[in-house]
Design a protein. Structure first.
Length: 268
């Protein structure tokens, strides 16, 4: 079990990486990320894709988290601070009292991830998803419905942003993902994936959609959606709705479609 290191001074340089968390959310952490809360820390401790660099835990919570701390490698520092000192370091009241600094073990390219997927694979492809709540919700759905990987275009926000990780309940830390540096559809097509794009004007009803042997579900940002030029290169699918209403939150849409493909759709 890692040694518990007591922190009483908010200016202690050993916890400098946790200082002013919200400001550093904006400027980045040079390849590191912050995980927040017991559920997320539990995922990080078990993840094969990410690893903890250090933990900072409110002193009042350490005893109750002994089982979780025991899962952390012995060489990972575990800092224990009073709630007041922890709040001063972080820059706001961290009521959960649990933070961890982590990093990805490897950062594979989109092409590398796709090359490792076999027939029957299901990929979630995201274009222009800039809202961190939506990003986290989409990763949570991806994990719930057995998605093999998530691919993003360069207009998407960072899935490793603290809020996105929290909303995903840690799914971002356990789901393979990569950003496609070239054309997203070309990258998927070259790997043998058929892309299914969601649109209110889709030509196929979701209930009638059969699952291709290698499927990529493409979702765009709320509001503008996917460009007509993108839709023209895909199989377009619509979710029928009540008269007078034509759209859903993108994470809700993703959950409905992925559930259908995972459990209801026939196979080609």
């Amino acid at each position: 079990m890692p040694e518990i290191i007591l922190i009483d001074d908010p200016a202690d340089p050993r916890v400098a990486a946790y200082r002013d968390v919200r400001e550093r959310d904006l400027v980045g952490r040079e390849g590191l990320f912050v995980a927040e809360g017991e559920v997320v820390l539990n995922v990080l401790a078990r993840s094969t894709l990410c690893e903890p660099v250090s933990l900072m835990i409110a002193r009042k919570r350490v005893a109750g988290l002994a089982h979780l701390i025991a899962q952390i490698p012995e060489d990972v520092p575990v800092y224990s601070a009073s709630q007041e000192a922890m709040d001063a370091v972080v820059g706001f009241h961290i009521h959960r009292g649990i933070l961890a600094l982590g990093r990805r073990r490897v950062s594979p390219s989109a092409t590398e991830i796709l090359a490792g997927l076999r027939e029957g694979a299901l990929v979630l492809a995201l274009s222009g998803i800039a809202n961190h709540d939506n990003m986290g919700g989409l990763f949570r759905n991806a994990a719930a419905f057995g998605v093999d990987a998530v691919l993003l275009d360069t207009d998407c926000c960072d899935p490793l942003y603290r809020k996105a990780i929290r909303v995903s309940v840690g799914a971002v830390l356990a789901t393979p993902f990569a950003t496609a540096r070239g054309d997203l559809l070309d990258t998927l097509g070259a790997a043998g994936f058929q892309t299914v794009a969601l649109s209110p004007g889709g030509a196929t009803r979701l209930a009638d959609l059969r699952r291709p042997s290698k499927t990529a579900v493409l979702l765009g940002a709320e509001g503008p959606g996917l460009a007509a030029s993108v839709l023209a290169r895909t199989t377009t699918v619509a979710i029928p709705m009540a008269t007078g209403f034509d759209s859903l939150n993108v994470a809700t849409t993703g959950g409905i479609v992925l559930h259908h493909l995972a459990f209801a759709a026939g196979r080609d």
